[in-house]
Design a protein around this ligand. Structure first.
Ligand code: ATP
Length: 311
């Protein structure tokens, strides 16, 4: 008698990077975290996460930034798979493969994206059928940005950035990202922000109505005028060269520019796709940044590309 059971086919999930359109940082809490008021946008630079049944838990990384990512138990995608496997189903091990296109330690939440991708992929592989809200609850344990990378689109984040609320946003925005060849540590940038603030009183952060109006309008000029990042000064303090990159992009015609998250990637907002191509070519020619990427947003959060055969 033959068995009807077949091993589930591998599942591949595509997961985007993010940029913070607004990142307002409050005074450090007792637990060390900073209260945030942020507006995330998911942008079309993608990692791909594949999970397949295996005898032991493992992770492998390929792609342009593979060398910078730990291929051990500290890898966030592997941690996510193990967490969901333990929490939800006492699952058999999986081998996780990451194709890495999101810059590492670049302020675009690449590690968080891989964790979000692994949760969505394992949910599909193991046929758990968890709701987005249930996955987001587990995601918080892995990092403040992880729930947003499941949701995608444009959303407000409060708390540590993990408490999401929808934002009414129209249109598509075109971005050019100036990458760096060395990363910035997120905790180091927060520490520098605190150091620069010294004893000055810091207000609790709250979303700005101007940002909400710009997103509702769908007008790139309006959005460019209200981009704001409280970590920018700290990132520039640690990496003085970034100020030159920002000035260069603005001089070359970007509508606006901002440090992405904790940096060092600089995100430039442009009028349309053609303006993005022009800016990318000029920035590359300037020799000020080693790598330039174009992407538009908002895009969907983590989503399955190839479903499990058993689903
Ligand atoms: P954020 O914008 O969330 O502050 P980031 O984009 O600046 O983060 P990440 O790319 O997430 O930074 O990488 C931060 C560190 O996390 C890396 O230096 C790396 O050692 C570690 N890490 C663990 N797993 C991964 C992963 N799957 N991808 C990238 N980095 C990972």
């Amino acid at each position: 008698m033959t068995s009807a059971w077949t091993e589930p086919a591998p599942v591949t999930v595509r997961v985007p990077a993010k940029v913070n359109l607004e990142l307002l940082v409050g005074p450090p809490r007792e637990d060390g975290y900073h209260p945030l008021s942020t507006v995330y946008q998911a942008v079309g630079i993608y990692d791909e996460i594949t999970v397949r049944p295996a005898d032991t838990w493992s992770v492998t990384v390929t792609g342009p930034f593979a060398d910078l990512v730990p291929a051990d138990d500290t890898n966030l995608a592997l941690r996510a798979a193990r967490l969901l496997g333990g929490d939800a189903v006492d699952a058999a091990p999986v081998a996780v493969s990451i194709y890495k296109r999101i810059p590492v330690a670049g302020g675009m939440a690449g590690g968080s994206a891989d964790a979000a991708g692994a949760l969505v992929a394992c949910d599909a592989l193991w046929n758990l059928g968890l709701h987005k809200e249930e996955l987001e609850e587990i995601a918080v344990e892995l990092g403040s940005d992880v729930p947003f990378l499941i949701t995608g689109g444009t959303a407000m984040g409060s708390g540590r950035g993990e408490l999401l609320a929808p934002v009414l946003a129209h249109g598509t925005f075109h971005w050019v990202f100036a990458l760096s060849d060395t990363g910035l540590s997120t905790p180091a940038v927060y520490a520098e922000c605190d150091r620069l603030r010294g004893d000055a009183p810091v207000a609790m952060p709250a979303p700005k109505p101007e940002m909400m109006a710009a997103l509702r309008s769908g007008d790139a000029h309006a959005l460019a005028a209200v981009l704001e990042n409280d970590l920018q000064e700290a990132a520039f303090s640690l990496r003085p060269d970034l100020g030159g990159v920002l000035a260069e992009g603005l001089g070359l015609g970007a509508l606006g520019g901002i440090v992405s998250g904790s940096g060092p990637t600089i995100a430039f907002l442009v009028e349309d796709k053609e303006a993005g191509i022009d800016l990318a070519v000029s920035l590359t020619a300037s020799g000020l940044c080693p790598d330039v990427r174009r992407a538009s947003g908002p895009v969907h959060g983590a989503h399955v590309l190839h479903g499990s055969r058993s689903s």
